[in-house]
Design a protein. Structure first.
Length: 429
């Protein structure tokens, strides 16, 4: 294992508070403990050079374990696949290309991750990337743990038994809405990664981080999908079923509350989209039933309320809700439906003759556009016309939730490292 020097590995002095700050440690042990003990222990753990063998072997081992433990859980299987050995190798190759003559990339030090509570697997992604590039990590987990997130944590704990150096540099905790705890961890962090709604992000950002520290923020986002009408009408029955299945995976995982889950479906082309839209959403409903997707009563009521609110505030030309799995609102114009969202299969749909008609409506908060049957030149023109005003990702159906190092316009491999410049030639040559 390649460790960095002692000067590099030391955190700034850990601030002491007048009262003990107790947290529930979840990983590597499960116990109630004073926060200062955790930070002291983390302070002693060395950072390592990016893609050190100790880290790559651990992530590959974890991937294999998750693949076995998560059989039948699509989100966990997708996570395990993303972490597989071949993908780690590709990331390592890509990382090596980021360096050039005159500088190298090194870990930032200690990274504090604050993931959301509504996406079971999201906390793992930034933690894995940060681990691979050699940082120490402390993750605040939601106290509202799900069966799937508990399975993932248990699997990580099992893997860490055989990777002690990684265990020493990774801590996961849970605690209530105690800003003093967040402040104490933030004060010793070199990078803070925040996932959450705008209100949560703004509240946490009001808590200081050291002057040298950086911050990566993933706030409220809005995502949409687009289908070419002519392309859809040319599909046979099997292909239409496959497209509906891909859309279900994009939208219904995490109850449509993922930042990249589509809410608005654009039908693009000059033909009447009505027959295609009816056929498509009938198939989506069929997929939901086949996969036993269900909606609890409170969410169903919230979806009904949000639908009625939209019909009052926006130009709605049609409404369809045969059961709790799917509600579709036909819009006469681009809807302003960003912000608080109930999820659980609520979709807005709009007909446009060409994709770049949406340019004036796109906002900076718009993240992912999934597409099917849209010509590449039309997509390229959209990006050119937008000039960076919004939409960070354009991917095919089925890839809305496929995480990568590029997210929300960030390259996390560079955000979680720092450039060290090297110049060996002096004035005398």
């Amino acid at each position: 294992m390649t460790t960095l020097g002692q000067e590099e590995s030391q955190l700034c002095d850990i601030p002491r508070t007048k009262r003990p700050l107790h947290v529930q440690e979840v990983l590597p042990a499960q116990r109630s403990v004073d926060l200062s003990e955790i930070l002291d222990r983390l302070n002693q753990a060395p950072v390592v050079t990016p893609f050190d063998q100790s880290r790559t072997e651990f992530i590959a081992d974890l991937s294999r374990r998750l693949a076995r433990a998560g059989r039948g859980l699509a989100e966990t299987q997708a996570l395990a696949y993303w972490m597989r050995k071949a993908e780690i190798h590709r990331m390592n190759v890509a990382f090596s290309k980021l360096e050039s003559e005159g500088f190298v990339l090194m870990p930032r030090g200690t990274v504090f991750h604050i993931p959301p509570s509504n996406v079971d697997t999201l906390f793992v992604y930034s933690w894995v990337l940060s681990t691979l590039v050699g940082n120490r990590n402390i993750v605040r987990l939601s106290s509202r743990a799900t069966e799937q997130s508990n399975l993932i944590i248990e699997t990580i704990c099992e893997a860490l038994v055989n990777h002690r150096t990684v265990a020493d540099s990774s801590v996961m905790v849970t605690y209530g809405h105690d800003d003093s705890v967040t402040a104490a961890i933030s004060a010793v962090s070199d990078t803070r990664v925040i996932w959450g709604g705008d209100v949560t992000v703004n509240r946490i950002r009001s808590i200081p981080i050291p002057p040298h520290a950086t911050e990566v923020v993933f706030a409220d986002r809005f995502s949409m999908a687009a289908i070419g009408i002519e392309a859809y009408q040319s599909l046979d029955t099997r292909e239409r079923g496959r497209l509906a299945d891909l859309f279900f995976n994009d939208a219904y995982w995490f109850d449509q509350l993922g930042c990249s889950s589509p809410r608005l479906l654009l039908w693009v082309g000059k033909r009447d989209p009505g027959p295609s839209a009816n056929d498509f959403f009938s198939r989506v409903r069929g997929v939901a039933h086949a996969k036993a997707y269900s909606v609890d009563t409170s969410t169903a009521i919230a979806k009904l309320g949000q639908s009625y609110s939209t019909m009052i505030d926006a130009e709605v030309s049609g409404y369809s809700a045969q059961d709790n799995t799917l509600t579709v609102l036909d819009m006469s114009s681009f809807p302003d439906v960003r912000g608080e969202f109930c999820g659980a299969g609520l979709f807005y749909q709009l007909h446009v003759s060409q994709l770049n008609e949406i340019v004036s409506h796109v906002r900076r908060a718009d993240q992912t556009l999934t597409t099917f049957g849209i010509p590449e030149q039309e997509i390229t023109k959209l990006v050119s016309d937008l000039r960076g005003r919004g939409i960070d990702r354009i991917v095919p159906f089925g890839q809305a939730l496929r995480f990568s190092r590029f997210w929300d316009g960030y390259d996390l491999l560079t955000e979680l490292t720092r450039k060290v410049t090297i110049s060996v030639r002096g004035a005398l040559g």
